[in-house]
Design a protein around this ligand. Structure first.
Ligand code: ADP
Ligand code: MG
Length: 185
C-alpha cells in the first residue's frame, strides 16, 4: 500500500498553506489524482479555494464537517489535501486515518496551537499517528526569531493594540506570530 498520513503544523503565518499547495502542485506534475478540501469556516480563502497569506492558491472542495470528506474523494484519488484542519475537530483523525489506510496520501495542514498557546486538537493527535510531521515556524513580529505561537490582538480601539488578549471576544481581531519570549508581551 502507498497510503500515508503527512501533517504540516505550526502557528499562523508559518507557511502551512504554502507547503500544502507546494505538495499539491508536485503531485499534479506527477499526474496524481488530487482532491483539496477546505472547511466552510475558512473565510480568508473564500469558497472554492485554499489561499496562503502570500497569495498562492488552489481550487478546493468545501466541507462543513469531517464526515463529509470521504464523499468528496472520487474513486481513483491518490492524494487528499486538507487545509485548516483545526476547524474539523477530533472527528478528522478517524477520517484521515481511514483514507490513509485505504491507500491515499493524506496531507493535513493546520494550527498546532490556539491563540493562547495551548495544543489545538486534532493536530496533536494527527501528528502522533502520521508517517511524516513537518513542524513549521513563523517569524516573530517583535524580534524576528522563530515563532511557534501566534497571539490575538485586541484591535477594537480600546487599549494597547500590541497587548495580546486572553478571553476577550468582540472587536476586530488580528493575529501576530510570536516567539516563546514574546507570546505574552
Ligand atoms: P499559514 O497557512 O501557516 O497561516 P501561509 O502559507 O498562508 O501561512 O502564509 C505564509 C506567508 O505569510 C509567508 O510566506 C509570508 O509571505 C507571510 N507572512 C506574513 N507575516 C509573516 C510572519 N510573521 N512570519 C512568517 N511569514 C509571514
Ligand atoms: Mg493557512
Amino acid at each position: 500500500r502507498t497510503g500515508r498520513l503527512e501533517v504540516v503544523a505550526g502557528p499562523m503565518f508559518a507557511g502551512k498553506t504554502e507547503e500544502l499547495v507546494r505538495r499539491v502542485h508536485r503531485a499534479r506534475i506527477a499526474r496524481r489524482a488530487v482532491v483539496v478540501v477546505a472547511h466552510e469556516l475558512d473565510t480568508r480563502s473564500g469558497p472554492g479555494r485554499v489561499a496562503s497569506h502570500s497569495g498562492l492558491e488552489v481550487a478546493s472542495a468545501t466541507a462543513a464537517a469531517a464526515g463529509e470528506i470521504p464523499a468528496l474523494v472520487a474513486p481513483g484519488t491518490e492524494l487528499l489535501a486538507v487545509d485548516e484542519a483545526q476547524f474539523f475537530g477530533p472527528e478528522l483523525v478517524e477520517v484521515a486515518v481511514g483514507l490513509a489506510d485505504a491507500g491515499l496520501v493524506v496531507v493535513v495542514a493546520g494550527l498546532a496551537v490556539t491563540f493562547d498557546g495551548r495544543p489545538f486538537s486534532p493536530l496533536p493527535e494527527l501528528m502522533a499517528v502520521a508517517e511524516s510531521v513537518t513542524k513549521l515556524t513563523a517569524v516573530c513580529t517583535v524580534c524576528g526569531r522563530d515563532a511557534a505561537y501566534h497571539v490575538r490582538l485586541d484591535d477594537d480601539g480600546a487599549g494597547d493594540a500590541l497587548t495580546p488578549v486572553a478571553g476577550h471576544v468582540g472587536g476586530t481581531e488580528s493575529y501576530q506570530a510570536r516567539c516563546r519570549a514574546h507570546r505574552s508581551t
